[in-house]
Ligand binder design. Structure first.
Ligand SMILES: Cc1cc2nc3c(=O)[nH]c(=O)nc-3n(C[C@H](O)[C@H](O)[C@H](O)COP(=O)(O)OP(=O)(O)OC[C@H]3O[C@@H](n4cnc5c(N)ncnc54)[C@H](O)[C@@H]3O)c2cc1C
Length: 264
């Protein structure tokens, strides 16, 4: 790990000032991904800007038909939040199944989506629940946010301030998790809205993606049986040490059916 300047601002404005004009600045949330990446010298930030002192980034609130979760809300806070459980219970349940208690107490929603791990849970929730990523300077639709493996639409020095989720009629997330890390080998989030159903899949490909065939079938009949005739193409999925593409294709369908069955 190389030397870096450490900053601990207490406002969004000061956090932005701290990265402005720096060589290679990085925001630090819970450090669950960034610190290991730095220890491996895969990131060598010139400046590390801790967001821990910016209280406004931790807020969770309902705003009409939108649930707003601040970027620095930890997974544990989201899992235990009455506001989240009431507005979109699938998000509270999903957050409660991320990693272990230590990871949930340090890891944040902003850090998770900025890191864009292809096996992370939140990306599926963001895409299925038609979320918007708010930064200090713009709004990015979740579908445009996750661009490639570990890549997002964020620009250098751009700070995620909150995620805005559209409340669905019902939704749920199910994953088949790695027994070691609890990351998704395949995870599926379904969300039913007045104008149709959205289905987002994580863990199975190089980034989160929607499944048009499942969405069409479920928009006609929101029942697990509607997925019987839908094909999941293994050709688009990943093979790695944890699972083959064919096995992932099977898991995606099983997880999708479970998510539909449990949706609330
Ligand atoms: C053992 C282990 C198990 C895990 N299991 C799971 C799991 O089952 N499911 C799952 O989804 N995840 C899992 N994770 C990931 C975890 O949930 C964290 O959310 C993730 O590692 C990001 O960590 P963090 O929030 O501490 O962000 P950091 O590590 O601090 O930051 C990660 C990246 O995001 C950037 N960043 C952070 N905040 C912002 C912001 N507000 N704006 C812009 N950029 C920002 C940082 O600069 C950095 O590039 C696991 C992690 C570990 C270590």
């Amino acid at each position: 790990m190389d030397n870096f300047e450490f900053h601990k601002p207490t406002s969004i404005d000061d956090a932005i000032k701290a990265v402005d004009g720096k060589d290679e600045p990085k925001f630090l949330a819970g450090g669950q991904s960034l610190i290991p990446v730095m220890k491996l010298d895969m990131a060598q930030p010139s400046d590390l800007v801790s967001l821990a002192g910016v209280a406004t980034l931790k807020e969770i609130k309902e705003d009409g038909d939108t649930l707003v979760i601040g970027a620095m809300a930890t997974h544990a806070t989201v899992a235990e939040s009455d506001a989240v459980t009431k507005a979109i219970p699938s998000i509270a349940s999903m957050a409660g199944h991320i990693g272990d208690a230590q990871v949930r107490n340090r890891g944040t929603i902003g850090g998770s989506v900025a890191h864009a791990d292809p096996a992370a849970d939140y990306p599926a929730a963001l895409v299925a629940l038609n979320a918007t990523v708010k930064t200090h300077k713009r709004e990015i639709a979740a579908e445009d946010f996750f661009t490639e493996l570990f890549e997002t639409a964020l620009e250098e020095g751009e700070l995620i301030t909150a995620i805005h989720f559209k409340k669905p009629k019902r939704s749920w997330y199910e994953k088949f998790q790695s027994p070691a890390s609890k990351y998704a080998i395949a995870g599926v989030c379904v969300a039913e809205y007045d104008d149709g159903v959205r289905v987002a899949i994580t863990g199975a490909g190089n980034k989160v993606f929607r499944h048009a065939g499942m969405e069409k079938a479920l928009s006609g009949n929101f029942d697990p049986s509607a997925l019987d005739g839908v094909d999941v193409d293994a050709g688009e999925l990943r093979t790695d040490v944890e699972a083959s593409a064919e096995y992932r294709a099977h898991l995606v369908k099983v997880m999708a059916k479970r998510a539909v069955k449990n949706a609330r």
